[in-house]
Design a protein around this ligand. Structure first.
Ligand code: ATP
Length: 305
């Protein structure tokens, strides 16, 4: 496979522990779960897998622990046969996401980031030392602002395109987003980033800070695209929702895969259409990792998109 036009994904890989409950627990209350499930997860991992299955030459960077969960994640990712898998093992527990899913569809997620953040900025930059102007970088919000900025600045200095999914949004300011080519955020995130109540106004505020484009995902209402003076709203694919978790990750992974230079021939709005079609498949299925469309489904989505 050619070394050119790779998609570097620098993010987290965690062990997802999903507890299905009748209803969310109140403060101070102990309740029994109906069932539990373990799966690989983390926004970085999910987006890397989605992008790989959508045809990108993915170079995935993440940190896992020196434990059984880390070994399970490594083994599962090996099966994907990405372009390159760069997992750093730390003498720490692998990060964990505890998801509670209530019968009324209400979800809550708590994620640890000790392992993910164990590599400092210099260590992360050393990991992507081989990124070039032919490559694209995709990041999420799980690393610290300082580390993310260092990785983004290095990628930009190397001439690579940079896309950031601003989720989860926990950085103190938007300085890292100003240095990106593209930003993807959901409604709540764009409003928090820009300090406004209206997603379109939020996208406009962020756009003037530097990115070429901003996409706001609006769940069942589709996506809002802001690029220069252009504002486009695209409807979502109509689907009976089963479990929306992972929709945002599949959207970001597929969009980034279709924005790498090898796919630049695909017009921007068509790439967004494909990302929404892939996300809709995810929404129609239970689980997060298990709901990511297969490579064959991705091919169909992109062919017919
Ligand atoms: P999540 O955290 O659940 O993964 P998110 O908040 O990051 O998602 P959303 O805006 O909810 O992101 O969803 C991303 C995209 O997934 C949407 O732009 C849309 O295309 C698709 N999507 C999400 N929910 C639905 C739905 N109920 N029906 C159809 N498409 C959906």
């Amino acid at each position: 496979m050619s070394m050119a036009n790779r998609l570097f994904v620098v993010g987290n890989a965690v062990s997802d522990l999903t507890l299905t409950v009748e209803r969310a627990a109140h403060a101070g209350e102990s309740i029994l779960a109906d069932s539990m499930q373990r799966a690989p997860g983390g926004k970085g991992l999910n987006q890397a897998v989605a992008a790989h299955r959508a045809g990108a030459a993915v170079v995935f960077h993440a940190s896992v622990g020196d434990d059984g969960e880390g070994a399970d994640i490594a083994a599962r990712l090996d099966e994907e046969r990405m372009h390159a898998l760069r997992l750093v093992r730390h003498a720490l527990p692998t990060d964990l996401s505890v998801l509670t899913v209530a019968r009324n569809g209400e979800n809550s997620i708590i994620t640890t980031a000790g392992c993910t953040r164990a590599l400092d900025a210099a260590g992360l930059v050393a990991q992507i030392a081989d990124i070039t102007a032919a490559d694209t970088l995709l990041m999420q919000g799980n690393l610290s602002l300082e580390s993310s900025r260092a990785v983004i600045d290095h990628a930009r200095a190397s001439g690579a395109a940079v896309i950031v999914n601003a989720a989860p949004w926990c950085w103190p300011d938007a300085s890292a987003l100003a240095a990106c080519d593209g930003v993807i955020a959901n409604e709540g995130e764009i409003c928090a980033i820009a300090g406004v109540d209206d997603p379109e106004l939020g996208a406009t505020r962020l756009l003037v800070q530097g990115p070429q484009w901003v996409i706001v995902t609006l769940g069942a209402r589709g996506a809002l695209i802001a690029r220069g003076d252009e504002r486009v709203r695209m409807p979502a694919v109509s689907v009976v929702p089963v479990d929306t978790s992972g929709a945002g990750d599949v959207f970001c992974g597929v969009l980034a895969a279709l924005r790498t230079p090898r796919n630049e021939a695909l017009p921007f709005l068509r790439a967004i259409e494909c990302a929404q079609r892939a996300a809709a498949i995810t929404v129609g299925r239970a689980g997060t990792f298990s709901a990511i469309p297969s490579a064959e489904e991705m091919r169909q989505v992109i062919r017919n998109g």
